[in-house]
Write a protein that binds this ligand. Structure first.
Ligand code: MG
Ligand code: MG
Length: 258
């Protein structure tokens, strides 16, 4: 069941969103050749701890509980990469996804960062992925139903010659990180049955995942890391977005942090 949030609740979600945005500002500043994915995770963990926030990803149940505060996925890794000793290199693209709960309300955001100069394919993939997220947010202010937004997103990726990951989707967010509805980045048969209205009070984590090659993915032996089957690169961009009477509002926008 979809729970719409009152303006006062969205105000609290803004605070959680701001903290996640702050994490991304710190992450952006750390991205350079030689930094390990564990070092990035540790900085975000400290930030959340000092702010009195609870990380949302650490301990998420699976065959093994997710061990870290961030999911960090490099190049052909799509989502759910586990931070560790790996040091990123010039030419890599690094996806960092993180979220926290602050005063009972959640924020969730992912971004793809380039390490130094990256090849033209990765450049174009990053451009299309970021455009896809902002296109979706814009369309939320113009359309009545999510299926219309998903259709525009799918078309944008397809016209670029890339593919939309179908196994993972966005989600409603509020007191819990994953609430109803499911928010696919394409028009699925499931969406046709469970389409939803874009109305004030709806808060969504919108998170397109775009692959350079095949849409197909597999999970590695660590039980978490998802990579593309053809090992071609993938990008991921996510914001927590509230639909308000004045239109869509991004709650996790790093630019708004002083
Ligand atoms: Mg996320
Ligand atoms: Mg999410």
């Amino acid at each position: 069941m979809i729970s719409l949030k009152r303006p006062r609740e969205i105000e609290l979600m803004r605070e959680a969103g701001r903290l996640v945005a702050h994490a991304h500002r710190l992450i952006r500043g750390m991205i350079e050749p030689g930094v390990s994915t564990h070092e990035i995770d540790a900085v975000v963990e400290s930030l959340f701890t000092e702010a009195g926030a609870t990380p949302l990803f650490k301990g998420v149940p699976g065959k093994v509980p997710f061990p870290s505060v961030c999911c960090i996925s490099v190049n052909e890794q799509v989502v759910h990469g586990i931070p560790g000793p790996r040091r990123v290199e010039k030419g890599d693209i690094v996806k960092v996804d993180t979220g926290c709960r602050l005063n009972g309300w959640c924020g969730d955001s992912a971004w793809t960062y380039a390490v130094g100069d990256i090849d033209p394919l990765k450049q174009r993939l990053m451009k299309i992925g970021e455009e896809n997220l902002y296109l979706a947010i814009r369309e939320c202010g113009r359309r009545k139903r999510w299926s219309e937004v998903a259709q525009a997103m799918e078309l944008h990726v397809r016209e670029a010659g890339f593919s939309v990951v179908e196994q993972f989707v966005g989600h409603g967010i509020g007191r819990e990180m994953h609430e109803d509805p499911q928010v696919p980045n394409f028009v699925s048969s499931q969406l046709k049955r469970h389409d939803f209205r874009l109305e004030p009070g709806l808060v969504l984590a919108i998170e397109p995942m775009v692959n350079a090659g095949t849409k197909n993915v597999r999970v590695l032996k660590d039980h978490w890391t998802v990579e593309t089957k053809d090992k071609k690169p993938s990008v991921h961009f996510e914001h927590t977005v509230a639909i308000t009477a004045a239109g869509p509002e991004i709650l996790t926008l790093p630019e708004k942090i002083p």
